[in-house]
Ligand binder design. Structure first.
Ligand SMILES: C[S@@+](CC[C@H](N)C(=O)[O-])C[C@H]1O[C@@H](n2cnc3c(N)ncnc32)[C@H](O)[C@@H]1O
Length: 275
């Protein structure tokens, strides 16, 4: 190996000590639980920022994030989040929403729904499609969609997807969200769905600038990246932000250990209702 090659390898290696700094930052600021098995992935994702930021090596780069450099903090969290999502993911939640929850709001409102950890927007646009399907054009409904990752939130707000990002459980659901399959690469979400949604940046493990309560909260496949105490605290906060009889949907591999302790009762697959 050349001398240059050796020095590059050293610079691009995330040592035990520096990985611990990364993990501490991710946990304390964003709740993310980075176990050692994630080190290769974290190394690959953050190395791009080491280069782009001009820091030159991992310790200097992490120092910028530790010092609170806002630009690098934003890139850091974008690099570490997992944003996988689909339209009508875990379709049973949408079935319950349409059969049992939304009909209660016919002719009455306002209905407030929160998609927390909305990623690139497929979840809130699917919720909006369900709201339009059940409550129609005059629905008195608002959907708040939040995420901590500024890049993914910007993509969500654009409401434009490539054909490869638009897989659906069936063509009928697809037709609710998009006019028709375009020949072009870009497809825009129907305007009457976009109209229902407000996007905001929000870090779930910092105090929430949210007033009022919700009738339905979706927080799916987000808490899975947090440790157990952080998850428990999150579930309790969601419970406190639900209206009486409101519903909380969580991800397929997530669990609320003692829902009754926070005023919730099980109401279906990974679904809880406020008592
Ligand atoms: C795997 S996606 C889930 C998207 C969607 N809820 C679904 O189930 O398809 C997880 C999302 O959680 C967001 N996230 C991670 N940590 C967060 C935090 N501390 N506050 C808010 N959002 C967070 C990520 O940015 C990412 O977009």
């Amino acid at each position: 190996m050349t001398a240059l090659g050796a020095s590059l390898d050293e610079k691009s290696e995330l040592t035990d000590a520096v990985f611990r700094r990364v993990a501490r930052l991710a946990k304390e600021n964003w709740g993310l639980n980075l176990e050692d098995g994630k080190r290769p992935l974290v190394t690959a994702r953050l190395w791009k920022r080491v280069i782009a930021s001009g820091a030159g090596d991992f310790p200097s780069y992490i120092g910028k994030v530790e010092d609170g450099d806002q630009v690098e903090c934003d890139h850091f969290i974008s690099a570490l989040t997992t944003n996988v999502t689909h339209f009508f993911r875990e379709q049973h939640h949408f079935d319950l929403l349409e059969s049992s929850i939304l009909p209660r709001f016919r002719g009455r409102g306002p209905l407030r729904i929160w998609s927390a950890g909305c990623s690139s927007g497929q979840e809130p646009y699917s919720i909006a499609a369900s709201v339009r399907a059940v409550l129609g054009a005059s629905a008195d409904a608002r959907i708040l969609a939040t995420d901590v990752d500024p890049d993914i939130l910007e993509r969500a707000q654009k409401a434009v997807y490539t054909n490869s990002e638009t897989s659906f459980p069936n063509p009928a659901l697809e037709a609710r969200v998009f006019d028709k399959k375009h020949e072009e690469q870009q497809r825009a979400v129907r305007a009457n769905l976009v109209d229902l949604i407000t996007f905001r940046r929000l870090n779930l493990i910092q105090p929430w600038p949210i007033s009022g309560r919700f009738d339905v909260i979706f927080c799916r496949n987000v808490a899975i990246y947090f440790d157990k105490p952080t998850q428990a605290n999150l579930w309790a906060q969601f419970a406190a932000h639900l209206n009486p009889n409101g519903f909380l949907f969580i991800g397929h591999s997530e669990r609320i250990e003692t829902p009754e302790a926070i005023g919730l009762c099980p109401a279906g697959i990974t679904t809880y209702q406020k008592q």
